[in-house]
Ligand binder design. Structure first.
Ligand code: MG
Length: 311
């Protein structure tokens, strides 16, 4: 069973660029975000207020946010905040929506946040509380929900515990991340069912898949069948994960949209416009797109109209 409509949450400019080895110029990032918004993507995660030394790719977060000032009132442009300092920067930048990130596993909490499972709650609670008090929409990411490069398989209860904590803190949405892309459809179903049994509502749950083993689209379909209606993806399949070296890119927005639109699921997004955006971005930066749907559609869009009848 597919829902009639899915919200596609675009993570390319943040999650994607954070994990690309080359640093992209600020004005190209801003143009990329604006083109994605113009393509109809309802939420485009714009940047991250992490420490510049930790993620040099996003060291220009303040400049990106400043350039997007005119767009912040009319469009959802969430920004990632790791701590209270990050939230301060986001508030100064006029952010109306922020995201915090926690880990389902002890090992990744240590690697990514420098704390343990209890410590990450202590870090996140005041950030969420302050953001909500300021009237912001808050999303909570949970990394390594299905597998962890150091710990292997992750028990479903680990992700469900963190999800419940975040929802109790008042976040509007959680995003369950398969950060290293090891999940398969049956595991997606069983985690979502376990989370639901524990009290996590499907309506507040997004999914975030990586296509390491080519399973991301299949995993999305399993999640939609379990009641999820918000899916994260990155234009051109940008990204990876510097703390999990086995991970390849995020699920490509083009692959997701092709799958959904061909089955009659509405997204409000213009797939051709996303393809054209990825083509522009690749030409501007030299970052090669990682998406089969992109490759097929870019080839098709490049053909003269009269040739397309013979496809
Ligand atoms: Mg990702």
């Amino acid at each position: 069973m597919l829902p009639p409509e899915v919200t596609v949450y675009e993570v390319g400019p943040r999650d994607g660029l954070q994990n690309e080895s080359r640093v992209i110029e600020t004005d190209i990032k801003v143009e990329f975000i604006r083109r994605l918004v113009a393509a109809g993507l309802p939420a485009v995660e714009a940047t991250s207020f992490v420490h510049p030394a930790r993620v040099p790719q996003l060291a220009d977060a303040d400049a990106v946010a400043a350039a997007l000032q005119p767009d912040l009132q009319s469009h959802r442009l969430p920004m990632l905040v790791p701590n209270e300092r990050g939230l301060e920067r986001a508030l100064s930048a006029g952010a109306r929506e922020v995201a915090v990130f926690l880990s389902a596993t002890e090992s990744f909490a240590q690697a990514n946040l420098g704390t343990d499972l209890a410590g990450q709650r202590v870090m996140a609670a005041p950030v969420i509380g302050r953001a909500l008090a300021e009237g912001l929409r808050v999303r909570g990411y949970i990394s390594m929900c299905w597998g962890d490069p150091w710990e292997g398989d992750v028990r479903h209860g680990a992700a469900a515990d963190v999800a419940l904590f975040l929802l109790e803190q008042g976040v509007h949405e959680i995003s369950l991340g398969d950060t290293i892309g090891v999940a398969t459809a049956a595991q997606v179903r069983s985690l979502l069912r376990a989370a639901r049994s524990a009290g996590v509502q499907s309506a507040a749950t997004a999914v975030h898949f990586h296509d390491t083993y080519g399973q991301a689209v299949a995993n999305v379909l399993a999640a939609l069948d379990e009641g999820v209606t918000v899916v994260d993806s990155a234009a051109g399949g940008l990204g990876g994960c510097p703390f999990a070296l086995s991970a390849t890119g995020n699920l490509a927005t083009e692959d997701l949209l092709w799958c959904l639109h061909q089955q009659g699921v509405r997204t409000g997004v213009d797939l051709d416009a996303v393809v054209q955006t990825t083509t522009w971005f690749a030409a501007a930066t030299g970052v090669a797109p990682q998406s089969r749907a992109y490759a097929a559609l870019a080839h098709r869009l490049a053909q003269p109209k009269e040739d397309q009848s013979s496809d």
